[in-house]
Design a protein around this ligand. Structure first.
Ligand code: PEP
Ligand code: MN
Length: 331
């Protein structure tokens, strides 16, 4: 698929009128500091002279041209004090925001242990409608307070196109959950927001499908995206999901996007979180998204898999030691 890279300072007008004449679809964008026009299908664009404003035309072999390595080698973005995609990012916090006390206590504890950012769902995608659905906007306000008290940026999920601007008002980054990873209208909506997006891989999705989901976001102009591997469905029942550890190097071989691993949801139980987290870092992950609760056994969701602050703190020291061996930095 072709990406037309424009020369600096050149107007796109002539190129766009040629593309219109050819009858192709196109979209002008500035992403990753490049002025480009993406156009499709490529069959109509081979051997066409688009004029002097064009610096290069990149024909990618993959259908996800904007997130592929054929476009750029690496991408990274700032999130709090961490350059995501370069240094290791640790996001920690409860599955759900349950109360001000629970969120603030957990936030302070994970900050003390060295987390760089907070997580916590205000809108929860629950399998059963009879379980805790999240505090909604009240939860977002609590997250904002936790940020104020700790200075840590917050990541929280947007489940619905109707809530994207509300979530973006409070959050520093928006999470797209596994169950919504192919909700294309939601992907387009977060693509219009100028906040980083943590896009989870759906548990029934191929890696290529996940990259195409990310492509939807970049195509709207939002180029700050990290993919989150959080486990897929397999025949194995000993774990909640099967953590596809190979997805880390595979995504990195196909795409320039940073890859974060969520070891909590595939583990489904506390004792498996640490080995999965360390395996993820060893496999080259750019960070971790970990569930931590001040009192896990009393958690309103995912009680079995949330770490205590003490367990998280011990895990942090192991992550630091492992990172050192691997020559990676944990700010
Ligand atoms: C979560 O992070 O709380 C969550 C619901 O995760 P997932 O979408 O991966 O199931
Ligand atoms: Mn959870």
């Amino acid at each position: 698929m072709p990406i037309i890279v424009l020369k600096d300072g050149e107007s796109a007008r002539e190129v766009e009128s040629k593309l219109s004449d050819l009858g192709v679809e196109y979209k002008r964008l500035t992403v990753y500091n490049k002025h480009i026009i993406v156009a499709w299908p490529d069959s109509k664009l081979r051997n066409v002279d688009l004029g002097p404003a064009v610096q290069a035309v990149i024909f990618t072999k993959t259908p996800y041209m904007l997130v592929s390595k054929e476009f750029i080698q690496e991408s990274s973005f700032d999130f709090g004090k961490v350059r995501v995609g370069k240094d290791i990012l640790i996001v920690a916090g409860p599955c759900a925001v349950e109360s001000e006390e629970q969120m603030l206590e957990t936030a302070k504890a994970v900050k003390k242990a060295g987390a760089h950012a907070l997580r916590g769902g205000a809108f929860k995608p629950r399998t059963s409608p009879y379980t805790f659905q999240g505090l909604g906007e009240e939860g977002l306000k609590i997250l904002a307070k936790a940020r104020e008290e700790t200075g840590l940026p917050v990541v929280t999920e947007a489940m619905d196109t109707r809530h994207v601007s509300l979530v973006a008002q409070y959050a520093d980054a928006i999470q797209i959950g596994a169950r919504n990873a192919q909700n294309f209208n939601l992907l387009k909506e977060v693509g219009k927001v100028r906040k980083p997006v943590f896009l989870k891989r759906g548990f029934g999705m191929l890696i290529d499908e996940t990259l195409l989901a990310a492509e939807y976001i970049v195509l709207e102009g939002n180029d700050r995206i990290a993919i989150v591997e959080r486990g897929i469905r397999t025949f194995e029942k000993s774990t909640r999901f099967t953590l596809d550890i190979a997805a880390v190097p595979v995504i990195k071989s196909k795409s320039h996007l940073p890859v974060i691993v969520d070891p909590s949801h595939p583990a489904g139980r506390r004792d498996l979180v640490e080995p999965l987290a360390l395996a993820a870092i060893a496999a080259g992950a750019d960070g971790l998204l970990i569930e931590v609760h001040i009192e896990p056994e009393r958690a309103l969701c995912d009680a079995e898999q949330q770490l205590t602050p003490e367990q998280f703190s011990q895990l942090m020291s192991k992550i630091r030691r492992l990172a050192e061996v691997l020559g990676r930095t944990v700010p």
